[in-house]
Design a protein around this ligand. Structure first.
Ligand SMILES: O=P(O)(O)O[C@@H]1C[C@H](O)[C@@H](CO)O1
Ligand code: HPA
Length: 289
């Protein structure tokens, strides 16, 4: 582990050693990784033959501090595929540096995954959206990255990926197409959306003026996660699929102010998580290893 700012992060050897240690605690060898958003960890309960590894059992793993994020890895079978779920993710606003927020993605890659599915709770900015909608991520805006907090800042080890990675095509076209078809089959057409997710640092929710700004920048939904994980995943060659549960609508007008709370986010999560889980499970069933 290094402390010099020019070399921040875990080395390639650190990551491989963490992955090796974790794999000793499970019989499973996952090919698909899933990061569960706030209140969306229930998918882990659907896993067959589960092996649970708590984050505190893993050396160098951060601690999940946010309500709705339990802090454990769940290995097992879903729809016949071997998966690892992160039931609890790390957020920048918890005080972790970006590279630490996304470090589990590199660990999952070192454990053998080739596809990463990321879910999150997000606020709707597109006025055509409704609370409870499911939005497939077509693209993202890395607001922290644009302002100098890109997750890949620091010395680059080419064994992880290139120094200047392309981010076009981060979200896999084929997975998007498959997810849309599944959503139609499941009858989710009326609540299914596709759009652009923007990450803010948090933990404050947006002001009305900020929501207007983010909307004008082309974002359909706003959240406080996902982007560093997706950037690191693309950097190391993983296929990525992202989906947001719209848990609240951001206020674009001072006449109709909705003061979002985390409790509200979790409540909508509880109500709608089942549909999101069903969609993600069916998608997992279609992924070619
Ligand atoms: O982990 P996610 O992105 O689902 O969590 C969202 C963003 C904040 O962490 C929290 C706000 O309620 O939910
Ligand atoms: O409105 C929101 N803003 C940012 N993050 C969020 N996560 C859930 N809802 C929101």
């Amino acid at each position: 582990m290094t402390t010099d700012q020019s070399e921040v992060g875990y080395t390639f050897d650190d990551i491989n050693s963490i992955a090796k240690d974790v794999l000793q605690k499970t019989q499973h060898r996952p090919t698909i990784g899933i990061i569960c958003g706030s209140g969306l960890g229930g998918l882990a309960d659907k896993v067959d033959q589960p092996d649970v590894v708590h984050y505190h059992e893993i050396k160098e793993f951060p601690v999940a501090t946010v309500q709705g994020h339990e802090g454990k890895l769940v290995f097992g079978k879903l729809e016949g595929k071997t998966v690892v779920l992160m039931r609890g993710r790390f957020h920048y606003y918890e005080g972790y540096p970006m590279w630490k927020v996304a470090m589990p993605v590199r660990v999952m890659k070192a454990m053998g995954i080739s596809t990463l599915i990321v879910t999150n709770a997000a606020g709707g900015l597109n006025p055509e959206f409704n609370t409870g909608d499911l939005m497939i991520l077509r693209d993202h805006i890395d607001l922290p990255g644009l302002t100098g907090e890109c997750v890949l800042i620091g010395r680059n080890d080419e064994r992880f990926g290139p120094r200047f990675p392309a981010t076009v095509g981060t979200y896999d076209d084929q997975l998007i197409k498959q997810a849309k078809a599944i959503a139609q089959e499941l009858g989710y057409g009326p609540v299914l959306r596709e759009g652009v997710y923007i990450m803010i640092g948090g933990p404050t929710f947006e002001t009305v003026a900020e929501s207007r700004l983010l909307r004008n920048w082309g974002a359909d939904a706003v959240g406080m996660s996902t982007v560093p994980e997706a950037v690191v995943a693309k950097h190391c060659g993983l296929k990525v699929f992202g989906i947001s549960l719209i848990t609240d609508m951001c206020s674009l007008s001072y006449d109709a102010v909705n003061a979002t709370t985390h409790e509200e986010v979790l409540k909508i999560g509880q109500k709608r998580a089942g549909d999101l889980q069903k969609l993600v499970s069916c998608l997992i069933g279609k992924i070619q290893d």
